[in-house]
Design a binder for this molecule. Structure first.
Ligand code: SF4
Length: 243
């Protein structure tokens, strides 16, 4: 397996080009360039239906990688099943190497004491394993610049820390664009969104990892509230990826 796939590409030039292109055009480029070595990563969060719909319109059998940490909301698992059926997803669910009960017995409530380590074990390791096992060379995700301060410089195309090409085809989209797309295609939001959960991850216990967002707060303010943590670690670009 090629180790530094992204090194073959002039990422700044591609970014300049993709800034002028539609999300569908960017995905079409990736489908033609990477074929079956392309994946889309999804958390089945608030507006995940957009990227899943866009990706499957361009490549119906695109691999959909999701990580089930064992600490997801029950609603997320139901939403995942509903979308998988409706969009006929080629869904690949990856899980941590030990069960939720084994994790609790060995590590206790690690999300309270060390959420970075908890995410590394329960999210990042399964995701990195998925990319390796599936031979992925390029993966797509639904990050948008508008979502938070830490995402405001998200490049459309970049290099992940493993050297793979990472695409964010809807990086430029606003919440309004997302809403209009969902309505136009009769696609659902995550059922918890209407209760004020604008960004949805784990909820291992009440008050931890995901909470409702108050009016005026940034959409990701409800993630890891009380900690100096804004990302699970899946979304880190190497330097020099273009923007
Ligand atoms: S979001 Fe919370 S429970 Fe889920 S893996 Fe990260 S720290 Fe652990």
């Amino acid at each position: 397996m090629e180790r530094d796939v992204a090194a073959r590409y002039d990422l700044p030039a591609l970014n300049t080009e993709f800034e002028k292109r539609s999300a569908a055009e960017v995905i079409a480029w990736a489908a033609a360039e990477f074929g079956d070595d392309l994946a889309v990563s999804s958390s089945f969060g608030a507006d995940s239906a957009v990227m899943l719909h866009l990706a499957t319109q361009m490549k119906p059998d695109v691999k959909v990688i999701t990580v089930d940490t064992g600490f997801l909301f029950g609603e997320t698992v139901c939403f995942r099943e509903e979308l998988a059926k409706r969009l006929n997803l080629n869904l690949l669910v990856y899980r941590p190497v030990i069960s939720r009960d084994e994790f609790l017995a060995e590590h206790g409530r690690m999300w309270r004491s060390n959420p970075d380590a908890c995410c590394a074990f329960n999210k990042r390791e399964p995701f990195e394993r998925a990319k390796r096992e599936l031979g992925i060379r390029c993966w797509m995700t639904g990050l948008r610049r508008e979502q938070s301060e830490t995402r405001k410089c998200t490049p459309i195309v970049g290099r992940d820390h493993a050297g793979l090409v990472k695409l964010c085809p809807i990086a430029l989209w606003t919440a309004r664009d997302v809403h209009e797309y969902l309505m136009r295609h009769d696609l659902p939001y995550h059922p918890l969104r209407e209760q004020g959960y604008l960004s949805i991850g784990c909820q291992p216990e009440e008050g931890y990892c995901t909470r409702q967002v108050k009016p005026g707060e940034d959409p990701r303010a409800g993630r890891w509230a009380g900690f100096d943590k804004t990302e699970c670690g899946l979304h880190q670009f190497d330097q020099g990826s273009g923007i």
